[in-house]
Design a protein around this ligand. Sequence first.
Ligand code: 5GP
Ligand code: ZN
Length: 115
Amino acid sequence: MADDCLFCKIVAGDIPCEEVYSDDDVFAFRDINPAAPTHILVIPKKHLASVAAATPADEALMGKILLKANEIGQAEDLHSSGFRYVINTGKDGGQTVDHLHLHILGGRGLFWPPG
Ligand code: 5GP
Ligand code: ZN
């Protein structure tokens, strides 16, 4: 848990959220400001500032985040229509919360390239 990290506080239950999935390592919840009909954030429970901060020690965790995102997307019925994963990173990447999060976006056609 990092001091003053919004998503660490959500994991700890100090800030409410609409939880979608939880296990020892991974937590998922609905984005408060959805950009698509389905918009879920999948995060590690441990604080990692960004995907760029991951180290070889995080190899299994990074794989687990992707595979859990797949399970969640299947449960949300996104796999036949398609979906997008986004990991915004750093200032130019548009990252606004400095705790690694993978966005699952789906339920509508998504534009490309992104802005
Ligand atoms: P980023 O821009 O860092 O990739 O994404 C951060 C995301 O977190 C945004 O989509 C934003 O709507 C979401 N978010 C910010 N604060 C909260 C919150 O308190 N609760 C939830 N559920 N989502 C949040
Ligand atoms: Zn954190």
